[in-house]
Write a protein that binds this ligand. Structure first.
Ligand code: SF4
Length: 404
């Protein structure tokens, strides 16, 4: 494991600092005698400058790299990290926003189920304004539908417990990060013999999407910053085969500005040196094997399934569905008669989200950006989601033009 630039940069910035002396920071809090660290030290301007300088000295040829995760995209756009990089190093934004890639058909199914009498529909707040071809969940709520915003799958299970005469249907959206919590809710429902609880599952998996991008004839990605929170759960063993198969270096990276800059620094070192490895920048959270109990409960409850990604299309084995032992909790099976009437959902033809999510278009280059499409009147999901690339540019650079 190479020495981390971030560690070097901190040492460069503060000669008293060492990885063993966590108390030399500006933003500490003492909890039960333990020093807790928050975010300020990961946003240090001087350290960012030192990292950017190091990247500039490393880069000698043009490179195009993709940050997979929407959280990383927001850090890049919000803090202007791309402006610190050399002109021949291009960062492009990836498909790592689960709200953005949930298919129009699944949004339509959610709208249909949330409109049924007797249903309490549970969702994370981000999903309410995402447009489908039959409107959005927010409109259903405005029309009197019983839609509850939840913060944890276990909140939804509690609702089912308290309302045995109602059907509680949950919109299970997310990457590998949130799958363990949904799996836990389903196992608890089974153990407690709760039958009025089900999931409309939109779960997607990151590695198949990275492979789909790398396999595309239009691909121009030469290295990836992988999503740190996904790897916190899943580890990064799976990425090693992808790196070798497609000969692309991958660096598991966190979300704060210095995380992203350090991830970029590690990636460009690999590219310039001709190395193809999976490295881990986000060592404070990620191990190679990930969180084994979390992986184990996901394997117990879910299995891979082909999934349509909004704007991108079907990607084999890129989604999750409930295994047969838990299929009574599958809302698509439970309500198949109600859902049978729906036709295939169609994306607004003006929305270019498929290109945005594959790194082929920067949001300001979409003709609808900021005029026909705004967070108040979105045409596509990336303008709504808190992790969406279009929302990031609208929020932080609504008058900027793309360098692509
Ligand atoms: S700006 Fe709006 S219309 Fe354009 S790609 Fe983004 S979400 Fe779609």
């Amino acid at each position: 494991m190479p020495r981390h630039f971030f560690e070097d940069a901190l040492l460069y910035e503060d000669p008293n600092w060492s990885s063993d002396d966590r108390s030399i920071t500006t933003n500490n809090d003492i909890v039960g005698g333990t020093v807790m660290k928050y975010v300020d030290e990961f946003r240090d301007r001087a350290v960012a400058g030192a990292l950017a300088e190091r990247i500039k000295k490393t880069v000698r040829r043009p490179w195009t790299i993709m940050e997979v995760c929407g959280g990383q995209t927001h850090a890049i756009v919000r803090f202007g990290l791309d402006s610190l990089l050399p002109k021949n190093l291009e960062l492009v934004h990836g498909p790592g926003c689960p709200v953005c890639v949930t298919s129009v058909s699944l949004i339509d199914q959610a709208v249909c189920l949330a409109s049924l009498p007797g249903v309490i529909f549970c969702s994370f707040g981000d999903m309410l304004r995402v447009p489908g071809s039959r409107g959005d969940l927010f409109s259903v709520k405005a029309a009197g539908g019983d839609i509850r915003i939840i913060y944890s799958p276990l909140d939804a299970l509690e609702l089912a417990r308290k309302n045995p005469d109602r059907e509680v249907v949950c919109f299970a959206v997310g990457f590998e990060t949130t799958a363990p919590a949904w799996a836990m809710a389903v196992t608890q429902a089974k153990q407690s013999r709760i039958t009025n609880f089900s999931l409309l599952i939109a779960h997607v998996l990151v590695p198949p999407a990275m492979e789909a991008i790398l396999s595309s004839p239009q691909n121009r990605i030469q290295g990836f910053l992988a999503a740190g929170h996904v790897c916190t759960v899943m580890g990064y063993e799976e990425y090693e085969a992808i790196a070798q198969r497609y000969q692309v270096p991958i660096v598991v990276t966190g979300f704060e500005p210095l995380d992203v800059l350090e991830g970029v620094a590690m990636l460009v070192s690999q590219l310039e040196e001709g190395r193809v490895e999976v490295e881990n920048q986000y060592v404070r959270s990620v191990s190679r094997e990930g969180n084994r109990p979390a992986r184990s409960i996901v394997d117990e409850v879910f299995e891979p399934v082909s999934r349509a990604w909004r704007g991108i299309g079907e990607i084999p084995a890129s989604g999750l569905r409930l295994k047969s032992a838990y299929s009574t909790y599958d809302a698509e099976l439970k309500f198949q008669r109600d859902l049978a009437q729906l036709s295939v959902g169609i994306e607004d033809p003006e929305c270019q989200s498929g290109l945005v999510l594959q790194g082929l278009l920067k949001p300001p280059d979409c003709p609808a950006f900021g005029n026909k499409c705004t967070p108040e009147q979105p045409l596509g999901a990336p303008m709504v989601s808190s992790e969406g690339a279009c929302a990031a540019y609208y929020r932080y650079r609504s008058h900027a033009t793309s360098k692509v």
